[in-house]
Design a protein around this ligand. Structure first.
Ligand SMILES: *[C@@H]1O[C@H](CO)[C@@H](O)[C@H](O)[C@H]1NC(C)=O
Ligand SMILES: *[C@@H]1O[C@H](CO)[C@@H](O)[C@H](O)[C@H]1NC(C)=O
Length: 818
């Protein structure tokens, strides 16, 4: 059966193969067959074991084993005969040697070899063809498959980029040859296969999704080549893809905002905070340098950053008072130029580095001393640039002063008085105001105010004493300074400017100003006139001291001026009266005894004290031995018995001396008649009128003077009357003319208007001009007995008589003293 099949196969082969070599063989075979007969064909797979049966030749050729033995069948001719062996004893063809189809035929298909089997007796030639069938004994193989295929691909490589791959080889043929390529699963690449013109395949790897070095810096892929055999065989090669970095990542800070704080005035170079950024790229693309991006204003110079490690530190002056918070933008830049940013908020912490500042907004100095407590003196503005406690302020006044500080508005303080002031005790205050903050340590500052207290007229002038005594010796020259009153006023300036005024009092009927005058500025009291102790012994006046304040204050003091006596008055003899014409004589009877009191000389001295202490002496006497005068009392007594021989008419001159320095004296003549009867006396005393002619002359002069004075007086009267009548007529005319009545006064008296005393003064002045007042007085007293009966021998003057009269009126008569 098999031989039939083989024969069929052979026929087919014969039909389909037209190769020249085979044709030659075929011709030969046809010749052989013609000669003998058959031809057989066998198909065996390659790589059969030695001894494996290829086919039963005997059976297929229709020969029995005897024939084979007798025919000495053997294989002859043909190449590749060593692959087979003919077992003649069994009539089978077996594999003699391993048959490798690939070695035998290479790519050629079908692969077969032929040989002839020859028989003898009869000779027979049979062709045997052995076809070697391929088995899948080779896998696809990549050249250098131990080494991986390496690619370096930038992660930024564009999609669609192709990477050619090696092709694999498979020695097998047909179905067992290389059929397909497979790429191990991955996201980025796909495989693309192409056909070469010769029918072989080549493959490429195409990038279909971007690479990310940061995610997968390396890709390990496998390229697998498979054949179509069964079982299928494959070959593998590794593909190493190294993803090259592209600067596709920006540096990223680990915080979007950094927060830090720094104390103001921190030293330069102090580190504050470290920022950190990372860059996913590698190499220089991941190398970061830090910088501070440009900041507004001053912040730029205040902070610096270490570009390598990102440490921010202080590089300028941090002042809380200027800036309380800084916002710094920080940048991280890789070498590829990509920049990432973040920001750093730096809070500045306050330090008590600012002392309070005091500003005096207003200050009222000087301040009136009558300002009530609570008066605002100054308004201060106190500021502290620090904050919180460091900026809280307390104001105080140094020392114990009558002021207090009150706070008003925020940061404003009032300096307020706390007591009543008295400029006279404290004229100024140095107020030191200190402002202290609550920082630790606290800072402070202070300011000095010099407050002057201005004066108010609250002190009256004060005299040193309650009353003064002053002394002046009479007969002073008018204008003589007597005394100086002094008052003090503790106020200031105008309020202490004192003027002295004489209070308008009366001294024995006339104003005190007619006695003394007072210099209002100096307080010097001086005499207006010459004083006469005998007229006025003391003067009491009130001096007022008034200051210049408004209203003025004043005080007064009593000044008692005691006028001191001077021995300016000689003694005056009162008795015996010295008459002009008549002669008075004392009678001494002849029978008078020794010590008979003849008479007593009575004298007075208007002075006082020693000046009025009188002593009497006998200066001249007709008979000195007869009379004596009592030294103290002025009594004239006889000192011996009167005899008949003594003259009737005795004349004694007695001198009266006072005790003043120098002493003054007066003499008096005492006529004594020593007689027993009056007629005797009379006859003796007629010669006493011997001075009559002189007296007549005196009388004549007096009468003449009287006439002249009277004439002047009458003239004066006539003038006054004329003026009066004239004025009366004038006033009447003015009334009739219905004009307002303007009284006319002589210009020099206009200041006395309204006193009503004008007329009087006017008259007075008129009289004065003619010196009539004096004359008047004299005229009025013209008839005085004293004048007319003046004894020509008397030494007393008319004035003396006048003063004598005054003295007699005086209650303290010097007469009583003596
Ligand atoms: C106030 O200060 C001034 C100037 O320093 C000084 O002349 C004056 O005496 C002081 N007054 C008082 C009351 O301390
Ligand atoms: C003097 O002062 C006192 C008290 O100050 C006053 O009572 C008296 O009237 C004053 N005297 C005169 C004359 O002004």
């Amino acid at each position: 059966m098999a031989s039939v099949g083989c024969l069929t196969m052979f026929l087919k082969w014969r039909l389909f193969c037209g190769l020249p070599r085979q044709m030659g063989l075929l011709v030969l075979l046809l010749h052989v067959v013609n000669m003998v007969g058959g031809q057989i064909r066998y198909s065996i797979p390659e790589e059969m074991k030695k001894g494996s049966v290829i086919g039963n030749v005997a059976q297929d050729l229709g020969l029995d084993l005897k024939r084979l033995r007798s025919g000495r069948a053997r294989i002859v001719t043909g190449e590749n005969v060593h692959y087979t062996e003919l077992k003649t004893d069994k009539g089978i063809l077996v594999v003699n040697e391993r048959i490798d189809r690939e070695e035998l035929c290479g790519d050629v298909t079908p692969c077969s070899f032929s040989f002839e089997v020859i028989l003898e007796n009869p000779m027979e030639l049979h062709r045997v063809t052995v076809e070697v069938l391929d088995i899948n004994d080779h896998a696809p193989v990549f050249p250098n498959r131990d080494k991986a295929i390496r690619f370096e691909v930038s992660e930024s490589a564009a999609m669609g980029v192709r990477f050619p791959l090696q092709s694999a080889e498979d020695l097998d043929v047909d179905q067992n040859a290389l059929q397909d390529y497979i790429l191990s699963p991955n996201d980025n690449f796909v495989l693309k296969q192409h056909m070469n013109p010769d029918g072989s395949k080549y493959v490429e790897m195409v990038l279909q999704k971007p690479l990310d070095r940061e995610q997968r810096p390396h890709l390990s892929l496998k390229l697998i080549a498979v054949d179509g055999g069964a079982p299928q065989r494959s070959g593998t090669v590794n593909i190493d893809v190294t993803v090259l970095d592209a600067n596709d990542n920006i540096p990223v800070f680990n915080q979007s905002v950094y927060k830090a704080s720094v104390v103001e005035n921190t030293m330069k170079g102090t580190s504050i905070i470290r920022v950190n950024a990372t860059d996913a790229d590698s190499g220089s693309n991941g190398l970061i340098s830090y910088s501070l991006s440009k900041m507004k204003g001053s912040a730029a110079d205040i902070f610096s950053i270490d570009e390598n490690i990102g440490m921010i530190s202080v590089s300028g002056l941090i002042d809380f008072e200027k800036e309380r918070k800084y916002e710094v933008r920080v940048a991280a830049k890789d070498q590829g130029g990509l920049i990432g940013t973040s920001k750093v908020i730096i809070d500045v912490l306050d330090v008590n580095d600012n002392a309070p500042v005091i500003n005096v907004m207003s200050f009222s100095s000087p301040l009136s001393e009558d300002a009530p407590p609570g008066t605002t003196i100054a308004i201060l503005n106190v500021k502290d640039a620090d904050s919180e406690n460091n900026g809280q302020i307390k104001c105080s006044i140094d020392g114990k002063l009558p002021f207090k500080i009150e706070s008003s508005l925020t940061n404003y303080y009032n300096l307020v008085s706390d007591q009543q002031f008295d400029r006279e005790s404290v004229p100024e205050y140095n107020i030191t105001i200190t402002a202290t903050d609550f920082g630790s340590p606290p800072l402070f500052s202070s300011t000095k105010l010099n407050l002057k207290i201005s004066d108010v007229n609250d002190n009256a002038p004060l005299f040193d004493k309650n009353s003064y005594f002053a002394y002046i010796i009479e007969n002073n020259s008018p204008g003589l300074s007597i005394f100086t009153v002094t008052a003090r006023d503790s106020d200031w300036n105008q309020n202490a400017r004192i003027s002295y005024l004489l209070e308008d009092t009366q001294v024995s009927g006339s104003p005190v100003s007619s006695y003394v005058s007072l210099n209002s500025e100096t307080g010097i009291l001086s005499a207006v006139r010459s004083f006469d102790y005998e007229q006025i012994k003391q003067l009491q006046l009130v001096v007022k001291a008034q200051d210049g304040g408004s209203p003025p204050l004043s005080s007064n003091v009593t000044v008692k001026i005691l006028i001191q006596d001077q021995n300016d008055n000689p003694p005056q003899v009162l008795y015996p009266v010295q008459t002009g014409g008549s002669v008075v004589a004392e009678m001494v009877p002849r029978s008078a005894d020794v010590g008979y009191l003849v008479t007593k000389v009575v004298a007075v001295d208007v002075d006082s004290g020693q000046n009025a202490w009188l002593s009497y002496k006998l200066q001249k006497a007709t008979d000195r031995a007869l009379f004596e005068v009592g030294l103290q009392n002025g009594e004239i007594r006889t000192i011996r018995q009167v005899t008949d021989k003594d003259a009737v008419k005795q004349r004694l001159t007695v001198i009266v001396e006072d005790n003043g320095q120098p002493s003054r004296s007066a003499t008096v003549i005492v006529n004594v008649a020593v007689a027993d009867s009056f007629p005797e006396v009379l006859s003796e005393f007629t010669d006493f009128t011997q001075d009559k002619e002189y007296n007549d002359n005196l009388t004549f002069y007096l009468v003449l003077a009287l006439a002249v004075v009277s004439f002047l007086f009458i003239t004066c009267l006539v003038v006054i009357l004329s003026v009066k009548i004239y004025r009366w007529r004038q006033s009447r005319i003015m009334c009739h003319s219905n004009l307002p009545v303007i009284p006319y006064y002589p210009p020099r008296y206009s200041d006395t208007l309204g006193t009503g005393t004008l007329q009087h003064v006017y008259n007075y002045e008129v009289c004065r001009t003619t010196d009539s007042r004096k004359s008047d007085c004299k005229f009025g007293r013209a008839g005085s007995q004293n004048v007319l009966i003046m004894d020509p021998s008397s030494t007393a003057t008319m004035q003396r008589i006048q003063s004598e009269k005054n003295i007699l009126d005086e209650p303290h008569s010097p007469l009583e003293v003596s």
